[in-house]
Design a protein around this ligand. Structure first.
Ligand code: AMP
Length: 191
């Protein structure tokens, strides 16, 4: 879903969210417009807008698992989980989780990466929400969906603060809904 279809058209909170995100050209490598959400976390009002919007959307969907993707999915996921009465499950980069894990490799623009989840963290039939800060190609979210589905959970939706529409992340999600709050701002006089 593109941000314009999130049902929040005209909501002034979206403009505040968009403006609070710092866009850093050519980080971490040339050509990438990095969407830095750490500036947004410095403004508690805007940070709360994000949590409130997600909580309003998911509070009545009987979701029992909020799965956050390392690292920036950890910044939003736990607050949402607490507010909707769900558990928080971290999906981590390889070698960080101490217990028995399942892992899922996925393709990046250049190369491969992997996400891991603790076995036993979710039970068959649980309804899950996946949270991250940014969706670009959708590869990371698709790995998260696969991990949860392999454990028998039903992924209800993926939610991100920012969506990069030109990279068509939605198309990698096998039909799973994607909920996005904002698209990247245009940077004047950039580059
Ligand atoms: P992808 O798997 O291509 O959808 O990439 C999404 C993951 O990479 C997320 O965990 C993001 O945090 C990170 N990411 C990708 N592109 C950007 C970007 N332009 N700005 C900030 N983070 C990004």
């Amino acid at each position: 879903m593109f941000a314009s279809k999130n049902g929040l058209k005209g909501d002034p909170r979206l403009e505040a969210i968009s403006e609070a995100i710092r866009v850093v050209p050519h980080f971490p490598k040339p050509g990438i417009m990095f969407q830095d959400i750490t500036t947004l976390l410095l403004d508690h009002k805007v940070f709360k807008y994000i949590v409130d919007i997600f909580v309003d959307r998911y509070k009545n969907m009987t979701i029992s698992v909020v799965a956050g993707i390392e690292a920036r999915g950890f910044m939003f996921g736990p607050s949402i989980a607490l507010a909707i009465g769900a558990k928080f499950v971290p999906l981590r980069k390889p070698g960080k989780l101490p217990g028995k894990v399942i892992y899922q490799a996925y393709e990046l623009e250049y190369g491969e990466d992997c996400l891991e989840m603790h076995i036993g963290a979710v039970q068959e039939g649980e309804k899950a929400l996946v949270i991250d800060d940014v969706v670009a190609t959708g590869g990371t979210l698709s790995a998260a969906i696969k991990l949860l589905e392999r454990m028998g959970a039903e992924v209800v939706e993926c939610a991100c603060v920012v969506g990069l529409p030109e990279l068509k992340g939605q198309s990698r999600l096998n039909g799973k809904p994607l909920y996005i709050l904002v698209e990247p701002r245009e940077i004047e006089n950039c580059c």
